[in-house]
Design a protein around this ligand. Structure first.
Ligand code: AMP
Ligand code: GLY
Length: 436
């Protein structure tokens, strides 16, 4: 089977790494991939081949998939899904894993999702949506803080402002609705109540009827230790997240995932793929912060290594609508992913910085440790250099959380590049709950 993975970050490296373990896969292409992905070798498929086509260049990707007779396209990021990649592949008789455009609206439009949740009594923060700046500002000032202001559309995780006061919320509204900071994605805003509790990510696989919940994970959004500093795409993750007890998971499935799937089906938005719920576990129970329609990054890097099935088998069952025939098997060993980022991230940072410490496979050769590359490429002399804000997701598994953490933090300082930094407190919430 020939597989094309779309995207070029740490999540896509984890996907290529997992797919490469399948005996059924004979060739993997990754568009555009990165320097670490290009070093990933499979059991039967040789080394992953990176092709220089952007993840949002649907025409280019389709031409490539047709020409190379790709049997399965696996999409990493949300933008191609929201742009209708799966629909276009289906028209051509090609197979792509993920929801069609109508399903992908769950991530593409916050207004759509919040309305669907409210209509169906699915727990989420109370909200109002506005297109009119004056009305939105009036609402913020009258209501007062704290409030969360969100751009409706895709904004690469940057379209959310946690405002402490009504004035701050009004300023965020101005940036979005008047200054047009997020272009089309910010012509409508959602203003919601601030939820209190602990966050968790639940990634589920679904064929539209059956739901297979993957092990829980917790992301670390802030740049620095102690959850200080600006929000990022995610500085690390671990799995499982103890806040998601079996009882909480059961509520997430019954009160959130199942009714969401039913609601989508009623709206004739059949949904196949990854359904990723960003949740706040509040005193009243789990509530939806957002839905994503793809694997999380960096959650994927610590969830996939725990899955013991052949990913191709599972994807195939999902696409056939027969997920009930193939459960997901999970290793009890926890996993931790620590992200190494470029100095300055999530603000501006240098690119092309030489990276030291990795072997010729782009790895460290340590037991239980896999280095997923997020932002690496080859410099003009062929040496490994940085090319992104998030550069690596170093993942370790272990018999327990302490062993996984010991391994990951033994590994991290061995990778050296100027300005590189990482959080030293990934999984601190689990440790504070007494889990080791
Ligand atoms: P979102 O992209 O909607 O998940 O928001 C990004 C981050 O903002 C979340 O991971 C939370 O940390 C925070 N956030 C979003 N909405 C809320 C809310 N209603 N209450 C508290 N925190 C929120
Ligand atoms: N880890 C957050 C995301 O993938 O959106």
């Amino acid at each position: 089977m020939k597989v094309l993975v779309v995207g070029g970050g740490g999540r896509e490296h984890a996907l290529c790494w997992k797919l490469a373990q399948s005996d059924r896969v004979t060739k993997i292409y990754c568009a555009p991939g990165n320097a670490g992905i290009a070093l990933t070798r499979g059991r039967k498929c040789g080394t992953v081949e990176c092709v220089d086509i952007g993840a949002e260049n649907l025409d280019g990707l389709l031409r490539f998939a047709r020409r190379e007779r790709i049997d399965l396209t696996v999409v990493g990021p949300e933008a191609p899904l929201c742009a209708g990649l799966v629909d276009r592949w289906e028209v051509e008789g090609l197979a792509a894993f993920g929801p069609q455009q109508r399903g992908a609206e769950l991530e593409g439009s916050k207004v759509f999702t919040k309305t669907l949740l409210r209509k169906n009594g699915i727990p989420t923060a109370d909200f109002n949506s506005f297109r009119d700046a004056e009305k939105a500002i009036g609402y913020c000032l009258e209501h007062g803080g704290p409030l969360v202001v969100k751009a409706d559309g895709l904004a690469s995780g940057k379209g959310v402002v946690m405002a402490q006061t009504g004035e701050e919320a009004a300023a965020a509204v101005r940036t979005m609705l008047i200054d047009g900071a997020f272009g089309q994605a910010g012509t409508t805003v959602v203003i919601e109540e601030t939820l209190r509790g602990e966050e968790a990510s639940i990634l589920a696989l679904t064929d539209g009827r059956t739901i297979a919940v993957l092990p829980s994970a917790q992301d670390h959004k802030r740049a620095f230790d102690g959850d200080q500093g600006p929000n990022t795409g995610g500085m690390g993750a671990y799995s499982p997240a103890p806040v998601v007890t079996p009882e909480v998971e059961d509520r997430i499935v019954r009160e959130i995932l199942v009714p969401t799937l039913h609601a989508l089906n009623r709206e004739e938005r059949p949904y196949k793929g990854v359904l990723y719920a960003g949740l706040m576990i509040t005193e009243q129970g789990p509530k939806v912060l957002e839905y994503n329609v793809r694997f999380g990054d960096p959650e994927c890097q610590c969830v996939l290594p725990r899955m013991t099935n052949d990913l191709v088998d599972v994807i195939e069952k999902i696409m056939q609508g027969k997920l009930d025939e193939n459960g997901v098997d999970v290793s009890p060993d926890p996993a931790v992913c620590v992200v190494m980022a470029s100095g300055g991230y999530p603000g501006s940072y240098k690119k092309g910085v030489p990276i030291h410490g990795l072997d010729l496979d782009g790895q460290l050769g340590l037991e239980g440790v896999t280095v997923f590359h997020s932002g690496t490429s080859r410099g003009s002399d062929g040496k490994l250099v940085t090319t992104g804000g998030r550069v690596f997701g170093i993942t370790a598994t272990g018999r327990d959380l302490s062993e996984a953490l010991g391994r990951v933090y033994d590994a991290a300082p061995r990778i050296v590049f100027e300005g590189g930094f990482y959080r030293k407190d990934i999984a601190h919430r689990a440790l504070n709950r007494g889990h080791s």
